[in-house]
Design a protein. Sequence first.
Length: 469
Amino acid sequence: MALTTKVSVIEQCQISPQPSSVSETSLPLTFIDMLMINSWPANSLYFYECSFSKSHFMDTIIPKLKNSLAQTLNHFFILAGKLVIPNLDSDKKPEFVYNDGDSVSLTFSESCSVELFYDLTGNHARNCSEFRLLATERPPPYVDVSGSTISPLLTLQVTLFPETGICIGLNADHVVVDGSSVRAFLQAWAFLSQLDEISTSSLPSELMPLYDRSVMKETDELRDIFWNQMKRNKKPEADNQESAPPPPIAPIENELVQETFVLGKNDVQKLKSFVITGLSLPHISTFTVICAYIWKCIATTHATDAVDDPDEEDPVYLFAFSADARGRSKPRIPVNYFGNCIAFCGTTANASQLKGDNGLLVAAELIAEAIHERLQNEEGIFKGAEDWVPSGKIFKQFVGVSGSPRIDFLCLDFGWGKAKKVELVLNFESGVTFIATGKEPGDVDIGLCFSNKKMEIFSSLFSDGLKEI
């Protein structure tokens, strides 16, 4: 069956906050937002197993989701707005702008392929292109009369698998949200969708977003550093299509597969015990050992599959991740701050260090040091943020971690129970790895995208490595 025949559109609509419920608003981008201008989208899928007929979906689910989304956007209105990037020759800086009548694109679709639902909610290797069927692309940016580039920030898609399940697909520009903000929006929408009657005061105070940018305590100098770097890196696509950098080169799309690897609670404890003993440490975090194991396995995968390069004896690999700054900054940033509120961490190692017998210990020690340096800095979690600007240095391989076991997306309940599976839409072999809460307490799901050949290598290394510890 052709991919295009697996999903058909039932309805496409635009959902706005209720008329006159929100004043026209503009928000400046923080220095972290500016860093995310060129980032991958926050593109995720939330699968629910539920036995709804198409008629029930049409008559009950669709109206309720429309109404609850409109009410949610009364509070999360900035997602209905636009990113406005001024002409790069001007002195202005980018901002988020919401005008009365702005909306979010919401598509309702149907797939009669029960096999597709169970295929995509499995853990085995699945074709990456099939995930894209369930997350509508955001409309392309356009240039207004002032020369500014205008970009929509969010699209949503809800797909029914009759008598089987529902998938909610979210495609948000990373410039406006981090993982915690995505969860906050979905949690509010899920909460309101379960109410029989919704009023403007229905959302509890703990679910209300905070937009106050002053809590970031950033300087104009820091914003200038990041904005100037972003201007050098990339002109907005709508403004200059020909000069925009090409996307990363990847294998043919149909050769890319996405797989989920589960680290059970006992596996995590084995890794922690191995690292604590090997490094003579009193404690090591779950996040550290998970990241270390991923890094070692990915680096060894690349080294195993690599074509020998006589000019590169021992390439350097970069590992990058982020930490939620809410509650960790000085002064403290409230947990309901909406936007990008993350501090970046990174470390490097040579391929020989990572693929060697002590590769896991090397990776764990480097990651633990990077975390300690960032989180325990007496001058604050954002100290040295000016160094987060990309230096232009080329690394043999990049491995980045998105998500965290601390952010539970499975618990989001729209009235159909907890989610069966959460997936990122990974369109190319980017090096980005997704870490999420597993189905069982203490379990961790790890998702990544590789070519078929590399995935087979990684899978073998991942399972064999756990047996050897």
